[in-house]
Design a protein around this ligand. Structure first.
Ligand code: NAP
Length: 453
């Protein structure tokens, strides 16, 4: 597996795939570690998880640099990502016991209660866009619940995968409890079928989700799927436009637009459309695109050349289908997988950037007559990850968020965010199951009923 620096297009390092005997030996060692780890108290597990947070904080710059080199994330965003990983480790170190504590239930029995037991080894198939955060948000609760983790990371961030494995080693976790297994996606089926793997968590594209769900379904293994999105942001006529534009642009451009919960479709009521459009385009222009290692850069290159080319194809197809290009839309000269902040207006049902996920800095502006049409348009998608609504009338916005929008998370007057305290996940083709909060740690456990007469 070859890692490539998307800023320069130069090869970084070749990582050979693991052989079958090596994978077999790792799985045996992980299985053995799990048997002892499951007997650790929450306090013992929590101490090690806190240590992992310390290792993350100590080496923050080193990990941020690795992400910049392997997938183009600006340094300051990488440092923020590492801090967030440390926060999720601390969060579960402090809350796992409370989330998984024995629950007495009143029945006719002398005693009845529910306990939460770990399932075993969880296979984590992870994406490149937040190479540390996605792994930690899955691993911290999964390990704190007493499970072990085998990581199959995205091939283009193989260096990050090794660094993460080392963090758990340095923190003092039992040997191989968290192990990296470097294989191509075509070998994931064999891992899922391996009897030592108890369950699977995938964060990735809807296409990968369908494939993994079918393989896991065939062997009846529990899965959590965190897949793609095309988050709609509704801007109503009574919105605070300064705040709305700020949130919309930040959400569209965070991580170069390569976030599942980036705002992707901007649904704006006709009476304020022109004003919103002007403010939005101006703010999209203010970005500083360049080498992610340089200070002040807000947008690096996209993570891979093929992803950049696909995004450009989606933009060109949409223009052919009738969308109007207001900004960007041209591949800049020079090396690197760069793509500029791009704005399309007059986007309508049937156009590619309306129907598909746009995983990069491309915004689709959609004009609607009123609130009802805005809601219909927001829900007119195969996805259901996040959604936001902007209005000064909080009651109205709350009603739309609670009753009308089809998504796993609905935010009012702010951009959709992931936060260890809040459940995170989607509906429709954005997947199923939840990560983070109490819901996340309860995904990979046996909810065991005990009844004593
Ligand atoms: P991806 O191509 O689906 O890859 C994700 C992971 O799955 C990688 O480890 C990849 O390995 C593996 N994979 C790909 N196809 C597979 C298959 N058919 N069977 C088994 N494994 C397979 O996604 P990505 O490009 O890395 O990430 C971007 C996508 O992830 C976007 O759609 C984004 O919205 C989604 N995402 C969702 C969330 C969420 O929380 N809902 C968060 C972040 C990202 P290789 O690299 O070796 O191919």
């Amino acid at each position: 597996m070859q890692t490539v620096n998307p800023t320069t297009g130069k090869k970084i390092k070749f990582y050979p795939e693991y052989s079958l005997p090596k994978i077999d030996s790792i799985l045996n060692r992980t299985e053995k570690s799990f048997q002892s780890w499951r007997t650790f108290s929450f306090k013992e597990r929590g101490l090690l998880m806190k240590k992992a947070a310390e290792v993350l904080r100590t080496n923050k710059d080193q990990y941020a640099r690795l992400m910049a080199q392997e997938m183009g994330k600006p340094m300051v965003q990488g440092q923020g990502e590492i801090e967030k990983c440390a926060i999720v480790c601390d969060f579960y170190a402090e809350h796992a016991e409370y989330f998984l504590t024995l629950e007495p239930v009143h029945t006719e029995a002398n005693k009845s209660f529910v306990i939460y037991e770990p399932l075993g080894i969880v296979l984590a198939v992870m994406p490149w866009n937040f190479p540390f955060w996605q792994v930690f948000r899955c691993a911290a609760p999964t390990l704190m619940a007493g499970n072990a983790v085998i990581l199959k990371h995205a091939s283009n961030v193989s260096g990050c995968a090794l660094a993460i494995e080392k963090i758990f080693k340095e923190a003092g976790f039992p040997s191989a409890l968290f192990s990296n297994v470097r294989v191509s996606s075509s070998k994931v089926k064999d891992l899922i079928e391996d009897p030592r793997i108890a369950a699977v968590s995938l964060t990735g594209s809807t296409q990968a989700g369908k494939s993994i769900a079918s393989h896991a379904g065939a062997v009846l293994k529990k899965i959590v799927l965190e897949l793609g999105g095309s988050d709609p942001y509704i801007i109503l006529e009574d919105a605070d436009l300064e705040n709305a534009v700020e949130a919309c642009v930040n959400s569209r451009l965070i991580n170069g637009g390569q976030s599942c919960i980036s705002a992707k479709r901007f649904i704006v009521v006709a009476s304020i459309f022109k004003e919103f459009e002007g403010m939005f385009v101006s703010k999209m222009q203010l970005q500083h695109m360049g080498d992610p290692l340089e200070e002040g850069v807000t947008i690096g290159p996209m993570a891979r050349f093929d992803l950049r080319d696909h995004l450009h194809w989606q933009v060109n197809r949409s223009i052919k289908q009738g969308a109007k290009l207001l900004l960007g839309g041209k591949i800049p000269p020079g090396p690197g997988a760069f793509y500029p902040p791009t704005v399309l207006a007059d986007v309508r049902h049937g156009m590619l950037t309306y129907q598909e996920e746009t995983f990069g800095p491309v915004a689709s502006l959609i004009k609607v007559a009123d609130e009802q049409q805005a809601i219909r348009t927001a829900n007119d998608t195969i996805f259901g990850l996040g959604a936001a609504v902007f209005s000064r009338d909080i009651k109205r916005a709350q009603r739309i968020a609670c009753e009308d929008l089809q998504a796993g998370s609905c935010f009012v007057n702010d951009s959709v965010k992931s936060d260890p305290r809040l459940p995170f996940g989607g509906i429709k083709q954005s997947g199923y199951g939840r990560e983070l909060a109490e819901s996340g740690i309860r995904e990979f456990v046996n909810v065991k009923t005990i009844y004593i007469k």
